[in-house]
Write a protein that binds this ligand. Sequence first.
Ligand code: ADE
Length: 231
Amino acid sequence: MKIAIMGAMPEEVAPILEKLGEYTTTEYAGNKYYEATYKGVELVIAYSKIGKVFSTLTATTMIEHFGAQKLLFSGVAGAISPSLKVGDLIVATKLSQHDLDITAFGHPFGYVPEGAVFVEADTQMIAMSKKVADEMGKSVQEGIIATGDQFVANEERKNWIGKEFGADALEMEGASVAVVCDALDVPFFILRAISDAADMDASFSFDEFLETSAVESAEFVMKMVDKVIAA
Ligand code: ADE
């Protein structure tokens, strides 16, 4: 089995590489891909760079070029749900692109013909995450994640995304990774730790908490990898 672990930013994959210690590095299509054997299983790890286009490229490369059969994403997000505070973890049940808009043609936000407003994450890995949370003594919230090519630092925009998509958190890569994995039939799991509240203080909060929240997410994702391997 080959498992992909993906982030968007260097800070999101650094704690994972640190835990692995030894790995090889391959440059491909403008990115670095790190490969390691972990508990008898092959891993491919990469950060895509920010946004839907780069994350699409990286997820596709991990699957089509490196042969990943499952994909786990680790990173940070802005909170929409008031119950999510900085450092809290959210597991995506389903994801949508909040900036996809052909409503001029009568379609709902997040929809293009032959696509779907939401893409659902792998239910088996979501179930596993509950056990992992119990074992780690952590509370993890499940919810809808909305993705767009936009750092949201605006209460009004955040509230609109929350209302329109029923979203609990927002970020810039999850839904594009979801579309790729769904199309290529690769089970995927998207975990995010909250770095900010997507409000007027978001950029300051993001800068302050990116590293610590990324570590929270990475630690949980590595426990998820352990569970996937043991299953
Ligand atoms: N990732 C973390 N915080 C975010 C925000 N406020 N907007 C978009 N992506 C984010």
